[in-house]
Ligand binder design. Structure first.
Ligand code: FES
Length: 103
């Protein structure tokens, strides 16, 4: 099991500022975006997970989020994604992870 804790940077009124999700490690991996959607969290997804819109960006606060994908490297190279951030649709946790969602 993998514990994913989402820290919500700007929660709306009466919403929690942190949500912990326990997920089974899946073969092939489940992305942070899929886990967030499953938990009912509001996270961007304008391109449908193709890795080209950056609306799903999250900041990894701790844990192993795996290596950046080709799509993320392209966004870093174009200065469209700060280096400290990952695309939730492309990120497959390799351990328990704490990620910040800046709504
Ligand atoms: S949903 Fe568009 S980059 Fe992740």
């Amino acid at each position: 099991m993998t514990l994913l804790r989402f820290h919500i940077e700007h929660p709306v009124a009466d919403a929690p500022s942190e949500v912990t999700v326990e997920r089974a490690m899946l073969i092939g991996g489940e992305s942070l975006q899929q886990a967030a959607f499953s938990a009912g969290l509001k996270i961007g997804g304008a391109c449908g997970g193709l890795g080209i819109c950056t609306t799903c960006r999250v900041k990894i606060l701790s844990g192993d989020a795996g290596r950046p994908t080709r799509e993320e490297k392209e966004m870093y190279a174009k200065d469209l994604l700060p280096v400290a951030y990952r695309l939730a649709c492309q990120t497959v946790p390799q351990s328990d992870v704490v990620a910040m969602i800046d709504t």
